[in-house]
Design a protein. Sequence first.
Length: 464
Amino acid sequence: MPGLVAAAFSLVRPCLSAHGRRYSSSALKTALQTVIPEKRALLQQVKFERANASLGDDKVANLLGGMRGLQSILWEGSVLDPNNGIRFHGTSIRQCLKLLPTASPGGQILPEAMFWFLLTGKVPTAEQTRQLSADLALQADLPDYVTRLLDSLPRSLHPMTQLAIAVAALNHDSKFSRLYATGMPKSEYWESTFDDVITLIAKLPALAAKIYHNIYNYATSDSLPHVIDRSADWALNYANLLGMHNANFVDFLRLYCSIHADHEGGNVSAHATHLVGSALSDSFLSYSAGLQGLAGPLHGLAAQEVLRFVLQMQKSIPQHPSNDDIAAYLWATLNSGRVIPGYGHAVLRRPDPRFEVLMEYALAKPDIFGDDLFQLVLQISHVAPEVLISHGKTANPYPNVDSLSGVLLYHFGIRETSYYTVVFGVARSMGPLAQLIWDRVLGLPIERPKSLSLQKIIELTSIN
Ligand code: CMX
């Protein structure tokens, strides 16, 4: 092993590369550099010692079931356990809420602290987190061509489509793509990927706020109500740019973004980012693909679908509904062949810990607790699992995070349900993009699984 560690160290250079290219420096990049050698050495060791070991016995059901359960992606940052929920470097959401730096005593943790933790596996200090907030704020402005591009889009175009278009367009200035064209060696890919990722995360609040104003408030590019505050944290800037100055909303947004940051490497948005990135598409193109996956109703669009569903239910049942009223409405939905949005999960087999954390947050706030729509969502969360269990199809009848996130955005005044997945997309950038940096650090190859025809499956599984 010492030889491997030394070899891996030689691949990590300070901010001036062997080829004389200067990369932007930051405390986070330096912190990342310190953990790279050990991880690269571990990868070499696993490849060397275990390449031919079996990881399990994959069945035809795994292939036909949307690759469910196939162990096929490398990502160290987070692991989703069916019964215990998400762990970030082995740390639960609740533990993260205690460990990571907050914006103020008693305030919520900062999503940029979660990004630092995901990327390095180390808890950042308050000062390191402040520095990262400042690095992000410094790059938060949008290039003119992106502003003009967004202004040219029809207001009727879904905000997620607009976000994916704008994120892809940022690849105009990708450092990775520029350096790749000049023959940058593989060992240096991660550094310009890191720089692009910081640029992208930095600009997401301004992008998402611009889309919000363009679509719903019809503001033009030069009449945005607020400017970027270079001394503010990432979520505070996002809230300010949206024009939402309520301190409780800012704190909620910090919590929301932190707990939505990552959910293992195989969910649609993370996997799409990883897959497209494996072709060495830059971070902007890769995350644009991730956002396009997040925009599907079985994934992130569920946040929008839930609120529409609940608002519709509220109109159709008595003002103070009994559990039976709610159960009847849920049964009618199921009997018409539709899913109950916000319930079920491809991996989890218990209530989503992100749902539980948001629920605890909401229950502790009298103004939210007193909100009629929140009360309805709370009541549904008690009734729906029983209905889904009797229905008998759903592997997990419990609420996922999307069942609650929308009603909280609604409570704070974001009434435009089609915007909810954009907030998710801003928050979700942290995990898949940290994963993409590590894909480049470890030099992971292009993804190319094997597809099989039904005939081939029959042939391969026939007993002679
Ligand atoms: N309502 C009704 N039926 C449901 C259901 C729900 N909430 N969840 C699962 N089912 C059904 C499935 O549609 C499937 O039916 P078919 O056999 O007819 O196809 C059956 O139960 C078995 O599905 P499963 O193994 O329990 O779930 P999957 O892994 O296939 O899918 C998910 C997981 C999330 C797509 C599914 O539970 C669902 O559609 N939920 C509603 C949408 C939602 O809330 N999505 C957000 C998930 C979290 C996120 O990514 O943001």
